[in-house]
Design a protein around this ligand. Structure first.
Ligand code: IPM
Ligand code: MG
Length: 366
């Protein structure tokens, strides 16, 4: 096997965590006798500084020529001026849109050895294994927006918009995933207030009744869902929702796992390369300190192996290596409990790469 991966490190801690994911992938490629060819591209703030655009044409070309894309993070205080025309985040949104990556899969599992790192009581976390399917290329992120004057009072507006076919596509994908898991699906909206959500709910209902009668489906309002996620997280299997609600609920859900730094994601479309990125941001406050947790990025690389490279052995190998290193007690600052020693970003990545070289894949999974 010979695969080409676009590496888009981006801003803040992005380059630090991407370097560790690359190291782990190199270890796995070596072990299984495969070739992975990495090519770096620019995105976000660093791309604005070097080329004037957060998503230069060379980057889209590189992505289209690749089998998959690994992305670190974008954004930072240097580019945060609210009156600026260009923002690093536009690079990421354009990448998602131009590649048609309409589904963002964000799995949340709680490693038993890390339950104490979560602010929730351990008994609530037992059995938590959920997957948020976030719609990624529409909704309020991509609706019409602007400023206008109303009797000399300036207004700003963003439009939340979904079409029936967009809702059908994401609900179908989520229901198929539910079928391959525990058969439960929760659709989240705000149908008591928003017209968009009423279309979402009736469309989801129809698809689920007509095509997925075997799935145990429920609807939740987003405010209630945010509460249930921390009151009864183990009850959720697959959660499907729109772009904005998915963004918010996954930051909340990451707390279940102990740290946002642990959570991976995969963004996929009908065809073409998938995009793999941790759910955390660029964390400018700790950038350059080599203390960031690379596990969310490394597990994103595992999702890439499974989804885009159709290479399940590599995915299991990486997951087992992460599991092993967590069990052995290695802790970055974000998941460390009082009194425990801390390992840095490169040390954590190095230990996972070492484990990936030799770990017994069949028997070591959690
Ligand atoms: C995420 C991030 C992005 C989003 C930002 C960086 C644009 O928060 O991937 O969750 O809102 O989608
Ligand atoms: Mg987010």
């Amino acid at each position: 096997m010979n695969k080409k991966i676009a590496l888009l490190p981006g801003d803040g801690i992005g380059p630090e965590v991407v370097a560790e994911a690359r190291r782990v992938l190199d270890a796995v490629a070596d072990r299984f006798g495969c070739e992975i060819h990495f090519v770096e591209g620019l995105i976000g703030g660093i791309a604005m500084d070097r080329t004037g655009s957060p998503f230069p044409p060379e980057t889209i070309e590189l992505c289209l020529r690749s089998d998959a894309i690994l992305l670190g993070a974008v954004g930072g205080p240097r580019w945060d001026d609210p009156s600026a025309k260009l923002r690093p985040e536009q690079g990421l949104l354009r990448l998602r849109k131009e590649l048609g990556l309409f589904a963002n899969l964000r799995p949340v599992r709680v490693h038993p050895a890390l339950a104490a790192s979560s602010p929730l009581r351990a008994e609530l976390l037992e059995g938590v294994d959920l997957l948020v399917v976030r719609e990624l290329t529409s909704g309020i992120y991509f609706g019409e927006r602007g400023r206008r004057n109303d009797s000399n009072d300036e207004q700003a507006y963003d439009t939340m918009i979904y079409s029936v076919s967009e809702i059908e596509n994401i609900v179908r994908l989520a229901a198929r995933l539910a079928r391959s898991r525990r058969g439960k699906l929760t659709s989240v909206d705000k149908a008591n207030v928003l017209e968009v959500s009423r279309l979402w709910r009736t469309t989801a209902d129809r698809i689920l009744k007509d095509e997925f009668p075997d799935i145990d489906a429920e609807h939740l309002l987003v405010d209630a869902a945010s509460m249930h996620l921390i009151q009864r997280p183990a009850d959720f299997d697959v959660v499907v929702t729109g772009n904005l609600f998915g963004d918010i609920l996954t930051d909340e859900a990451s707390v279940l796992a102990g740290s946002m730094g642990l959570l991976p994601s995969a963004s996929v479309g009908e065809s073409g390369p998938g995009l793999y990125e941790p759910i955390h941001g660029s964390a400018p406050d700790i950038a350059g300190c080599s203390i960031a947790n690379p596990i969310g990025m490394i597990l994103s690389a595992a999702m890439m192996c499974a989804e885009s490279l159709r290479w399940p052995e590599a995915a299991s190998c990486i997951e087992s290596a992460v599991d092993h290193v967590i069990r052995s007690g290695a802790r970055t600052l974000d998941i460390r409990r009082k009194g425990e020693p801390v390992v840095g970003t490169t040390e954590m990545g190095g230990r996972i790469a070492d484990a990936a070289k030799s770990i017994d894949v069949a028997t070591s999974a959690a």
